[in-house]
Write a protein that binds this ligand. Sequence first.
Ligand code: FMN
Length: 183
Amino acid sequence: MTKKIVAISGSLRKDAVCTQIANTLEELAPAGTTVEVVTLNDIPMLNEDLKANGSPAPVAALTQQLVDADALVLITPEYNRSTSGALKNVIDWLSKEDAAPLAGMPVEIISHSPGATGGLMANHSLRSILAVPGAKVMAGFEVAISGSFGKVEGGKLTDEGTRDFVAGKLQGLLATLEAKAAA
Ligand SMILES: Cc1cc2nc3c(=O)[nH]c(=O)nc-3n(C[C@H](O)[C@H](O)[C@H](O)COP(=O)(O)O)c2cc1C
């Protein structure tokens, strides 16, 4: 059966490397996988007053999209050695949704930066945030893409070694789902 991955880009920039990576995932994923790319430009800043009459429409729509999904990939830039405000904000929203869309959700994190560290600290900041709503972040070596500006072109991730590494991670993510289904 087709598996559905939601991929959230953590950068709001028009030409964001995060979004270019997200837009490459479907071609790297195992056959029979669909990847729905989500950008966060429409998600308002969390203000609990906004929930008084139900969640804002973009938050409610993303919640349903995640409830219908099998797995999640988060792609983060590194801002001041942490994840982006946009990603932290959407996780805050999702963590307060009645449907608890992040609870038990298998997650792969991809960080990137133009520098040498590949946004590793952003990657780990995201891991610690996701522990509270109960997401299941994949174990193993992190996907932290260094020198990322030179690894995308024409809106896609083009560096062969990185593509292979990410493809392996997506295979692992899907294998987790199959193991869960068989248990
Ligand atoms: C506020 C801010 C803080 C940043 N802090 C870091 C940082 O801590 N480490 C780093 O490698 N790059 C840092 N950068 C550079 C980003 O890695 C770079 O802007 C990157 O292109 C953002 O990702 P995107 O192309 O997906 O938008 C920072 C950029 C901004 C705007």
